[in-house]
Design a binder for this molecule. Structure first.
Ligand code: GTP
Ligand code: MG
Length: 273
């Protein structure tokens, strides 16, 4: 069976592992009717089983801490053509991507960039409008003071810009490959169901939008909720409702200009043929 490597990339807490947990929980029985679904048991499922057990009982997937990425291999099938695909994704800890902004690149990232067909890029920007411009305007009204010499660390840089720098690195390694940009925690978005996600990115994160459209021809934006809700806001009743949605496979969702419970859509977009 053909293996397709997809680079799952994103800064710390971008939602990478939670997406894998939801993907496995929803698709492992092969009965979702989604664009892609599991075709058979993978040879190794200990890691994804643990994460999806947490997902099922509404517990956070733990932060990824391993020095090296865990490779997740899922035998999948395209529902409309019956084509079998061995999907392979790495679960990196986000710090590995963060260190790239400090010019420290792990050889594992280089290897995945070289062998991957496309990028599943996760971002968690809080999904609300940035207030950077307002801050800048009020600052200009303050009296000028002698400037101190400062050392700018990657963490001092606005999160949207950090994401652009990471995209810039990935582009330098992988060139114009297919890329799905997924804004996680979409259940908590101010405007989750009101507008086209691409228009939302254009209006709220123009630096990301401009970088992507200037470099990648084959891109697509998604809002994504792998958990279905913010766990800290759940009482017993809402927890029961979420568990009920999970049994109908209507808990996790993606959003482009309407809700879809098929969270394989970004992968389907990235996988050739
Ligand atoms: N509300 C909400 N929160 C989410 C969702 N997905 C992830 N989160 C939260 O976002 C945080 C980070 O999620 P992870 O999946 O661990 O992120 P990661 O990219 O794997 O992070 P690292 O392993 O540290 O690189 C956790 O607190 C999750 O509970 C979602 O769909 N909705
Ligand atoms: Mg993780």
């Amino acid at each position: 069976m053909e293996t397709t490597n997809i680079l799952l990339a994103g800064l710390p807490a971008a939602g990478k592992s939670t997406y894998i947990a939801a993907l496995w929980a929803v698709e492992k029985d092969g009965k979702s009717g989604h664009l892609l679904t599991c075709d058979e048991r993978p040879s190794e499922s200990f890691y994804v089983d643990g994460m999806s057990d947490n997902w099922t009982v509404l517990k956070e997937v733990r932060r990824t801490t391993f020095a090296q990425p865990v490779e997740i291999v899922l035998p999948m099938k395209r529902q409309n053509t019956g084509k079998k695909i061995n999907l392979s994704l790495p679960d990196f800890k986000g710090e590995v991507f963060e260190q790239i902004l400090d010019n420290s690149v792990s050889s594992d990232v280089v290897a995945w960039c070289e062998k991957s067909h496309g990028i599943l890029f996760m971002l968690n920007l809080g999904n609300s409008s940035p207030e950077v411009l307002q801050e800048q305007i009020s600052n200009t009204t303050k009296p000028r003071v002698e400037l101190e010499k400062v050392v700018l660390l990657p963490n001092d840089i606005d999160l949207a810009i950090q994401n652009v720098l990471l995209l810039k690195y990935l582009y330098s390694k992988m060139g114009d490959c297919p890329i799905a940009l997924c804004f996680s925690s979409w259940d908590s978005a101010d405007n989750s169901n009101e507008q086209d996600v691409e228009e939302w990115v254009k209006a709220n994160h123009p630096c990301i939008y401009n970088f992507v459209s200037a470099h990648f021809k084959n891109y697509r934006y998604y809002g994504i909720s792998a958990q279905g809700a913010d766990y800290s806001e759940l009482d017993e009743k809402r927890g029961d409702e979420l568990a009920e949605k999970a049994t109908r496979k209507e808990r996790a969702f993606v959003y482009r200009n309407k809700i879809s419970y098929d969270i394989t859509e970004p992968l389907d977009f990235l996988i050739p043929g």
